[in-house]
Design a protein around this ligand. Structure first.
Ligand SMILES: Nc1nc2c(c(=O)[nH]1)N[C@H]1C(S)=C(S)[C@@H](COP(=O)(O)O)O[C@H]1N2
Ligand SMILES: [Mo]
Length: 310
């Protein structure tokens, strides 16, 4: 994948002063610039829950309101301002849409979104989403296990990881004009994580097709990992032999690792991960190991040092 360095598209002098500006900008933008990841500083008070539902997750926690799920978002391709993502993304074109599935597979191909919806039964999965910034939601997703798609494309024995890519289209996604990040957004999973039954490709929320702010028309959801692993608006899924380098690993390798499993005992270098604020409620609650999915996923990490593999 060829990336265009900003030095190639901007005169060198402009590029240099921009880097300086961006660097000094970090002091006042603070954590916000580096933020799948900016607690404090940002006022995280989204709209009050107006749509109520009786949906609850497997722990008995009520689902977050539709208004909050669709009004408080991280989608840096549009803006780092969570409350403006919905408006800035409202004209994002999500149809037609194709996902290229390839790499180390026997059956590579282009999957039309309608084909994905038709070929794999949509299930409702009510999952917790824990952002690395220290807030959380309970989201009723509609989607299907990623494993079903992987089975269809037949990974070869040398495939060890899955690499995901978001659409790159700075015309539509103004945040991608910011060269601080290396676009497109990339994420990755180990093959066994990708095959885990909890791992889904989501195409809807609350029984409605995903809105752009939630990653329309198709996004990953990996509920035991910090939210930034759940990559939005996917155009490419590739089976690879080497561990992919995610956008966040490139941006701040000492803060964001490949695994990014929710772990209340391993703090972010700049803040504690012991507690979280559930959007739509007051106060803070304890963050659970693997976001509460400990029983289902801890065997994936048996024998691993989870401090080292953050
Ligand atoms: N392409 C892309 N995917 C992304 C992000 C992003 O900025 N770009 N943000 C991530 C982060 S930090 C979180 S917490 C979740 C938020 O998902 P939601 O807005 O649907 O709740 O999306 C993740 N997926
Ligand atoms: Mo996040």
């Amino acid at each position: 994948m060829k990336k265009i360095a900003s030095s190639e598209i901007t005169p060198e002098s402009v590029y240099r002063s921009r880097r300086r500006f961006l660097r000094s900008g970090l002091t006042f933008l603070g954590a916000a610039a580096l933020a799948a990841c900016a607690p404090g500083g940002v006022d995280e008070s989204p709209k009050s829950p107006d749509l109520r539902s009786d949906k609850v997750d497997e722990f008995g926690d009520p689902a977050t309101s539709f208004a909050d799920i669709t009004g408080f978002n991280n989608f840096y391709e549009f803006t780092t301002d969570k409350e403006r993502v919905a408006r800035l993304s409202q004209n994002f074109i999500t149809s037609p849409w194709q996902v290229q599935v390839g790499g180390l597979v026997n059956q590579p191909g282009l999957w039309d979104l309608d084909a994905l919806r038709r070929q794999f039964d949509q299930e409702e999965r009510i999952y917790r989403l824990r952002c690395v910034e220290g807030w959380s939601m309970v989201i009723p997703w509609d989607g299907f296990p990623l494993r079903k798609l992987l089975d269809r494309v037949e990974p070869r024995s040398d495939a060890k990881y899955v690499r995901f890519e978001t659409l790159y289209d700075p015309q539509q996604m103004p945040g991608q004009r910011d060269s601080y990040f290396s676009w497109p957004y990339v994420e990755g999973l180990r093959l066994d994580e990708a095959y885990h039954d909890l791992t889904i490709l989501a195409t809807g929320v609350y029984g409605q097709p995903l809105l752009p702010q939630n990653g329309a028309p198709v996004r990953l959801v990996v509920p035991w990992k910090y939210g930034f692993k759940s990559i939005k608006s996917i155009v490419k899924i590739e089976l690879v032999a080497e561990m992919p380098t995610s956008l966040w690993m490139k941006a701040a390798p000492n803060e964001y690792g490949f695994y990014a499993n929710v772990n209340p005992e391993v703090n972010h270098p700049r803040w504690s991960q012991a507690t979280e604020r559930r959007i739509g409620t007051s106060g803070r609650r304890a963050t659970l190991m693997f976001n509460g999915y400990d029983r289902q996923v801890s065997p994936l990490y048996a024998g691993m040092d989870l401090r080292e593999n953050y």
